[in-house]
Design a protein around this ligand. Structure first.
Ligand code: HEC
Length: 92
């Protein structure tokens, strides 16, 4: 990884045997001095085809089990921190 000011550059391996489709890349950045300050931007990109795949997370397929009753959001991760407000990726 190369760091230049607030720009991080990371060269991925060349595309080889990946199946054609839409992929999502993300970087999870956590401020060392304050773990609650985090960013996780995502970007979609295509490999082997210009046709973007459709999102498979649709209400009719996932809501039966994953739709939160109280907030109306889809919840796909088990969020059960032992201590409220702790830092880290305890949902994964
Ligand atoms: C019939 C109920 C049901 C349906 C429908 C369902 N899920 Fe799940 N899903 C579950 C259960 C139960 C778990 C937890 C499994 C475990 O922890 O062992 C789970 C776990 C997950 C997880 C992993 C969460 C984690 O933190 O490990 C993801 C991601 C997920 N589901 C996505 C989806 C998506 C996307 C759909 C729709 C395309 C979907 N699920 C449809 C019941 C369902």
């Amino acid at each position: 990884m190369q760091i230049s000011g607030d720009t991080l550059t990371y060269k991925l391996q060349p595309v080889s045997t990946e199946k054609p489709g839409t992929y999502t890349a993300s970087v999870w950045a956590v401020l060392k001095s304050d773990g609650l300050q985090q960013a996780m931007p995502v970007v979609d990109f295509q490999i082997g085809t210009a046709t973007a795949e459709k999102q498979i997370v649709e209400k009719e397929k996932c809501a039966t089990c994953h739709l939160g009753v109280s907030n109306g959001n889809s919840i796909f991760t088990i969020i059960d921190p032992a201590v409220a407000g702790q830092t880290g990726n305890w949902g994964a």
